[in-house]
Write a protein that binds this ligand. Structure first.
Ligand code: AHG
Ligand code: MN
Ligand code: MN
Length: 340
């Protein structure tokens, strides 16, 4: 019998009733992300041609100069989200401040805020290595009808209503959760349709991959150094395998499928870590937990941290449940390092 292939569009409609709030709104929101992902995918895929095309055509059809891809991705996602009358504010890695979005009649009635890293792993663009987009969605906490405020963005990760990422890789995939597990959709570029390819994604409970920028070893806190020595020790299923792409989205995606841990710790060079709590760590933590994995700062659950500013950084340990637990045990030997 021929199997039925479910598209992302169908899936969104199917799952609408699972959502605890007015379902149509979140569906529209995910739909606009789906659209933006396709547009950015198209651009990412021809990034290598920019120099060639640019020689004769440095100005695009709108008469704008060619932009860097991260600024471009930012604009595409912004526009897609603004047009739907759902979102009242967006915070992005690319903008210092959040932007306010008005509703239908110039009102403040839209209910959701979106936080995003429009292009993650941007240093990999020039070398044809996978990059991604990360997004995180909350209901506003201030009353509708009033302008969105910073506190609408500074919510704990545990308050997220949806989160996801797009990985622009050998295939382009959109992976997201609304709190009922994690599902992955692969883009068929020939017809521009995402199909459900990875239903109910789950981390293996244990894994054998560790992903960290080990070049910074001398700058790491002792707990991380100890854990790395543990990973490298010959015993049982160890030494583990080391894999590090340098695109959080891609490293995360591989580890979720194969089993592994991703670590971006504090270091003497980056005393609070490098990754951003609101639009990198929190959405990935939500997806990780929904996929039966875990995410911590080495000491506490990421999604329990009360944010204090839009672009704040956080150390990040994320992956298979037992691996994160083990790493936390090593960190716990140095309780002073919890005060970063
Ligand atoms: P971005 O491209 O959005 O600035 O993020 C890059 C991040 C993350 O994707 C990656 O895992 C990490 O930076 C790599 O940092 P190092 O080069 O320091 O390892
Ligand atoms: Mn990033
Ligand atoms: Mn980025």
């Amino acid at each position: 019998m021929k199997e039925k292939h479910i598209t992302l569009g169908e899936f969104i409609i199917d799952k609408q009733t699972d959502f605890q709030y007015s379902s149509g709104e979140l569906s529209k929101l995910i739909n606009s992300i789906r659209l933006a992902a396709k547009v950015v995918n198209y651009e990412v895929n021809k990034a290598g041609l920019v120099d060639i095309l640019g020689a004769t055509n440095t100005v695009n059809v709108q008469g704008e100069q060619q932009q860097k891809l991260d600024a471009y991705a930012n604009e595409v996602f912004m526009q897609a989200l603004i047009n739907r009358e759902i979102v009242c504010g967006i915070a992005s890695e690319e903008d210092d401040n959040y932007i306010t979005i008005k509703g239908k009649n110039n009102d403040n009635n839209n209910k959701y805020v979106v936080l995003m890293d429009p292009l993650d792993g941007s240093s990999n663009i020039d070398v044809n290595v996978s990059v991604g987009t990360i997004f995180s969605i909350y209901r506003r906490v201030t009353p509708t009808g009033t302008p969105v405020q910073e506190i609408d963005f500074l919510q704990k990760g545990s308050q997220q209503v949806a989160a996801g990422y797009v990985v622009y890789g050998t295939s382009t995939m959109l992976v997201y959760t609304t709190g009922y597990g994690v599902n992955g959709f692969t883009l068929n570029p020939a017809i521009g349709t995402f199909y459900l390819s990875h239903p109910n994604m789950q981390y293996p409970k244990d894994g054998v991959i560790y992903s960290i920028n080990e070049g910074n070893y001398v700058h790491f806190p002792q707990g991380v150094k100890d854990y790395l020595k543990y990973c490298q020790k010959e015993e049982g299923d160890r030494p583990y395998t080391s894999r590090y792409i340098g695109s959080l989205v891609s490293d995360f995606h591989r580890n979720m499928i194969k089993g592994g841990i991703y670590i971006y710790p504090t270091s003497t060079k980056a005393p609070k870590g490098k990754l951003r709590l609101l639009y990198e760590a929190n959405p990935m933590a939500y997806i990780a937990e929904q996929a039966k994995g875990a995410a911590s700062d080495g000491y506490r659950r990421i999604m329990d941290i009360q944010p204090t500013s839009l672009h704040q950084r956080v150390p990040f340990f994320c992956g298979s449940k037992n691996m994160v637990k083990k790493a936390n045990e090593f960190m716990g030997q140095y309780p002073d390092d919890a005060n970063y």
